[in-house]
Design a protein around this ligand. Structure first.
Ligand code: AMP
Ligand code: MG
Length: 321
């Protein structure tokens, strides 16, 4: 699109979905809701569209993207759906689980999506608008979170408009995201399933389904890694201080469970509610004139793993720019 044209924010009517499908088929970019966060979608089989995603986000090109599909059959046209992948897809798709699988030799997915790797990450999202859009486009959609690289992920259409509206063609407004943190990323290319990123599906649920514990990318030096797991990410403008029970002068306190605080992720201590509120809360507290955001401890189980992963990166030293 031409620079400085502000993307329109529209409800996902059948007409809007059809128009969005045409934009995508022509190589344009459309932001859309998924159950995790809002995605910045482009045709995963079109090099120029994929390059435009990296450009709009300011995302490093070595950080590969997830190809979103509308059916298991569509995934099977892109990657080798091994028996284990089919089994996990039966149990967890549609849903916030991304599977990294060997790329098919004749896979139509742009090499830019996988950043030169011989694997491709695929996911079938559990959001009717996301699936309708992929169907309308008639092709898999590469769709990282619809925000500038390194910043807090968007869980409403308004969040997308704040950072990207002059860089994309259309924003479909499907209301706030139900899960609120990104998908769990599981690498199935090696001899043992490896967790590359904790996310919307709890590790305990995956381990119960697999009947074995997951290898973590931090477990062994030769364990598979995600090139995109950069240290500083999901970062608001203000510094973030973790495991805080009180706030210092100039700080705001993001709480969890019953406690005195500026804003509470979940007064009842419910991790699903906290995940759904996480990114919107960080945005709401990221105000000028403050010295930092202090965050209460979050239990390290279930969705707490994904929340703590995002918070640790939000608190990590910034790389300067
Ligand atoms: P995002 O698009 O921001 O949700 O991030 C996608 C995540 O999946 C990043 O951490 C990527 O590094 C990871 N990922 C995508 N494709 C691959 C792949 N082929 N191998 C390993 N990790 C991947
Ligand atoms: Mg992201």
């Amino acid at each position: 699109m031409s620079p400085n044209i502000i993307a329109s924010l529209v409800p996902p009517t059948p007409e809007a979905l059809a128009a969005a499908g045409r934009i995508l088929a022509q190589g344009g970019l459309v932001a859309f809701p998924t159950e995790t966060v809002y995605g910045l979608g482009g045709d995963a089989t079109n090099d120029r569209a994929v390059a435009a995603i990296f450009e709009a986000k300011g995302r490093p090109s070595f950080n590969p993207l997830i190809a979103h599909v509308a059916s298991v059959e569509q995934a099977a046209g892109l990657v080798a759906m091994t028996p284990l992948a089919c089994d996990l897809a039966r149990r967890f798709w549609p849903g916030p689980l991304t599977l990294v699988l060997p790329r098919l030799e004749n896979s139509p997915v742009s090499l830019l999506v996988s950043a030169g790797l011989d694997s491709v990450a695929v996911r079938l999202p559990d959001h009717p608008v996301a699936r309708a859009l992929i169907q309308a486009a008639g092709r898999p959609l590469a769709a990282p979170s619809a925000n500038r690289s390194g910043a807090v992920s968007p869980t409403t259409a308004a969040h997308v408009a704040e950072s990207l509206s002059d860089r994309i063609d259309l924003i479909l407004d499907g209301g706030p995201c139900r899960v609120g943190v990104e998908s769990t990323v599981l690498d199935l290319c090696g001899p043992r399933p490896t967790l590359l990123r904790p996310g919307g599906i709890g590790v305990e649920d995956l381990e119960a389904a697999l009947g074995q514990s997951l290898l973590r990318s931090t477990d062994a030096p030769d364990a598979p890694r995600s090139p995109g797991q950069l240290e500083s990410h999901y970062a608001p403008t203000l510094p973030v201080r973790l495991n805080a029970m009180t706030r210092s002068d100039g700080e705001v306190l993001l709480g969890f469970g019953p406690m005195a605080c500026t804003l509470n992720l979940s007064p009842d201590g419910d991790l699903a509610e906290a995940a759904a509120n996480l990114f919107a809360s960080l945005r709401a507290l990221d105000r000028p004139g403050l010295t930092g955001i202090a965050v209460a401890p979050i239990p390290e189980h279930g969705l707490g793993l994904a929340i703590n992963d995002r918070l640790c990166r939000a608190a990590a030293p910034r790389s300067g720019a």
